[in-house]
Design a protein around this ligand. Structure first.
Ligand SMILES: [Cu+2]
Length: 332
């Protein structure tokens, strides 16, 4: 699926990619920032995952030329009608009401266009859905108004990621409202599964450079994935209007080498998946957030299914929180 997309991409690059795509991207490409928006930039933010490349291809090479061609065609038709068939140029209008050839054409041609779009669209949709075996699982919980991150397989309990204050952002030369106090750290060229949920209202986890956006819904565990090709810092935001500080819950993802990632995991008190279970702080910290996060901690035990059984979590979760937590009993 992916290879056919790539093959098409290279073939189309020579022929089709010209015109619209080149026009749009050339103007902004020279100075495009990777992983964050470019001031005054047009075109989509460049990406570092294969899905993002496919999505950009779909937009720039398939959709944009089709939309442009249809718009120009309709514009020409309108102009033709206005000039040729106005009252002065054509005082006696024709009386016919049907034209079979024309009617068949204006039914069939749009159907064919939609079918072409659907082929590419569904391919992309399936590619998004086909998550390879994940190497790293992270859980992102949306709160009003910050993110909580957790690495269930690495036994790293939930930690809070807030917006980096403006003065601090300036001092450190990092983009305000994109930089976060605690980044999400992931290894490069590894499949990262992101499980997304929320504890209060609906949020959405979006990182344009990875081409992902997933709703964070209380009581639901959504899932998406990415595999970053390059190390670097990639920014995203909450993408669902969630209250007054919606604009202040950025997502900062640091893609690092495996060694750096292992060091970071160790610095967070985590362990490699499959290693002896470290004293788990997962359920304790989730419960310590008190009140509303109950939904998030209730969802937790069922889904991630860590390699080592963790009897403590299901046992302590219902005790610590006031909700009955119906999903708790033994995962798998
Ligand atoms: Cu929001």
């Amino acid at each position: 699926m992916k290879s056919s997309f790539q093959g098409l991409r290279t073939r189309a690059a020579g022929a089709l990619a010209g015109a619209a795509a080149a026009f749009w991207s050339a103007s902004a490409m020279a100075s495009d920032l990777v992983g964050q928006p470019t001031p005054g930039g047009i075109d989509l933010q460049p990406g570092v995952t294969s899905l993002r490349h496919d999505a950009i291809f779909f937009h720039n090479v398939i959709l944009l030329p089709i939309i442009t061609a249809i718009t120009i065609f309709v514009l020409i038709l309108l102009a033709w009608v206005m000039i040729k068939f106005n009252k002065r140029a054509n005082p006696v209008p024709a009386k016919f009401t049907h034209n079979t050839t024309l009617e068949v054409a204006w039914t069939l041609i749009p159907v064919l266009i939609l079918m072409v779009i659907a082929i590419f669209s569904f391919r992309l949709l399936f590619a998004y859905n086909d998550m390879p075996k994940p190497d790293v699982t992270v859980k992102a919980v949306g709160y009003q108004w910050y993110w909580g991150y957790e690495y269930p397989d690495h036994k790293i309990g939930e930690f809070v990621s807030n917006v980096l204050p403006e003065d601090q952002s300036k001092a450190e030369g990092r983009p305000f409202r994109l930089a976060a106090t605690e980044p999400l750290v992931v290894p490069v060229n590894k499949v990262v599964r992101v499980q997304v949920t929320a504890a209060d209202v609906i949020h959405a986890f979006a990182v344009p450079a990875f081409g992902i956006i997933t709703d964070a819904v209380p009581g639901r565990l959504n899932e998406t994935w990415f595999k970053a090709e390059k190390t670097g810092v990639y920014y995203g935001n909450c993408r669902e209007l969630c209250g007054v500080d919606h604009a202040f819950m950025p997502i900062e993802v640091r893609v690092v080498t495996q060694e750096e990632f292992d060091a970071w995991v160790a610095s967070k008190g985590g362990s490699k998946p499959g290693a002896a279970p470290a004293p788990s702080v997962t359920s304790a910290s989730a419960a310590a957030d008190a009140g509303q996060p109950a939904a998030a901690s209730a969802v937790n035990p069922a889904a991630p299914a860590p390699a080592t059984p963790e009897p403590k979590a299901p046992a302590s979760a219902p005790a610590a929180t006031s909700t009955p937590a119906p999903t708790a009993p033994a995962a798998k």
